[in-house]
Design a protein around this ligand. Structure first.
Ligand SMILES: N[C@@H](CCC(=O)N[C@@H](CS)C(=O)NCC(=O)O)C(=O)O
Length: 208
């Protein structure tokens, strides 16, 4: 049995979605980051980086949502093409999400909504970067059905997490029809709906 340590967050939701798409059974273990549980001694023993998500697969503990997505894809032969060009494009867009969209959206949301003091240069910097990436992605999805071409892959699942939480980052689909089209296609998938429902339940549930 796979165990996913997660909370109701944009990086966490990627993993239940991928597992539901693949059809692997898993147990979700709640780590309430509102209570600081990601920095508890027990959790740090599993992931010294103190962040969710974390996947435990037998003796293997894997942190970082991108590494987890790649592990699941390679373990099952799903959601990542073995055809070299498609595989490379998938990894390229996966890295855009991990190093670009994720940090920019997270910082944009933090400075707009959570920071104790209003810092206009920080807000402007991260909002501009989040918007720039949304424009880039909208154009990309105007020419491609999915991030890596004609198949839904782990690059789509990675991006879904933060577009699912786009309001926090101050991003809209108002003038971004291609992004809206892609998001709706993702959201309509039954496996994506099951992954979202499982993730949202973490905000209410308690561990048994
Ligand atoms: N690069 C990491 C980011 C993980 C991350 O920032 N997780 C957030 C929740 S989405 C978290 O654990 N925040 C609590 C903290 O940083 O203390 C990934 O993609 O998994």
């Amino acid at each position: 049995m796979l165990t996913v340590y997660a909370f109701s967050t944009p990086n966490s939701v990627k993993i239940p979605i991928a597992l539901e798409e693949i059809g692997l059974a898993y147990h979700l273990h709640r780590v309430d980051i509102r209570q600081g549980e990601q920095k508890s001694t027990d959790f740090l023993a599993l992931n010294p980086n103190g962040k969710v998500p974390l996947l435990v697969d037998g003796d293997l503990r894997i942190a970082e949502s991108g590494a987890i997505l790649m592990h699941l894809a390679e373990r099952t032969g799903r959601l990542l093409s073995t055809e070299p060009a498609k595989r490379t494009k998938t990894i390229e867009w996966l890295f855009v999400q991990l190093s670009g969209t994720g940090p920019a959206f997270g910082q944009s949301g933090y400075w707009q909504k959570l920071a104790p003091n209003r810092n206009e240069p920080a807000i402007a910097r991260y909002q501009a970067e989040a918007n720039r990436l949304a424009v880039l992605i909208d154009a990309h999805l105007g020419a491609n059905e999915w991030f890596a071409g004609d198949e839904m892959t782990i690059a789509d699942i990675a991006h879904f997490g933060w577009f699912w939480r786009r309001e926090f980052a101050g991003i809209t689909f108002d003038t971004r029809a291609n992004l809206a089209r892609w998001y709706t296609a993702m959201e309509r998938r039954p496996a994506v709906q099951r992954g979202i429902a499982a993730t949202l339940s973490l905000a209410e549930a308690t561990n048994e």
